[in-house]
Design a protein. Structure first.
Length: 108
C-alpha cells in the first residue's frame, strides 16, 4: 500500500511539474500572440493609409511627378558648408548706391 502511495505521489509531482511548464509556455505564447496581433493591426492601418489617394499622391510627388498644369520648384541646399554671399545687382536709380556697388566689387 505504501509503495502504491509513493508511486502515486511521484506521479502527481511529475504531472504538477509538467503542468507548470505547460502553463509558462502558454503564457509566453499568449504574449507572442498579443505582440503579433498588435503588429497585424499596425500593418492593417498602414495598408489602409497606403490605399488612400493622399498617400499615393505624396509618394508620387517625392519621386518628382507633378499634376498637369503645376510647376515644380526645387530648393537646393549648399553642400559645401561655406557661408558665401552672392553679389546681387539690384537695378537702382540711386547714383550713390550704384557707386557703392562698383566700389564693393573692385578687387585689389
Amino acid at each position: 500500500m505504501l509503495a502504491i502511495a509513493a508511486f502515486l505521489a511521484v506521479l502527481n509531482l511529475r504531472v504538477y511539474n509538467d503542468r507548470q511548464i505547460v502553463g509558462s509556455e502558454v503564457k509566453k505564447l499568449r504574449e507572442q500572440l498579443q505582440i503579433l496581433q498588435e503588429r497585424r493591426e499596425t500593418i492593417k492601418a498602414g495598408l489602409n493609409a497606403a490605399r488612400g489617394e493622399g498617400f499615393q499622391e505624396e509618394k508620387m510627388r517625392e519621386q518628382g511627378y507633378k499634376k498637369p498644369g503645376e510647376e515644380v520648384i526645387a530648393i537646393l541646399q549648399d553642400t559645401t558648408g561655406s557661408a558665401t554671399k552672392q553679389n546681387v545687382n539690384i537695378p537702382s536709380d540711386n547714383f550713390w548706391l550704384e557707386l557703392w556697388q562698383k566700389i564693393k566689387n573692385l578687387k585689389p
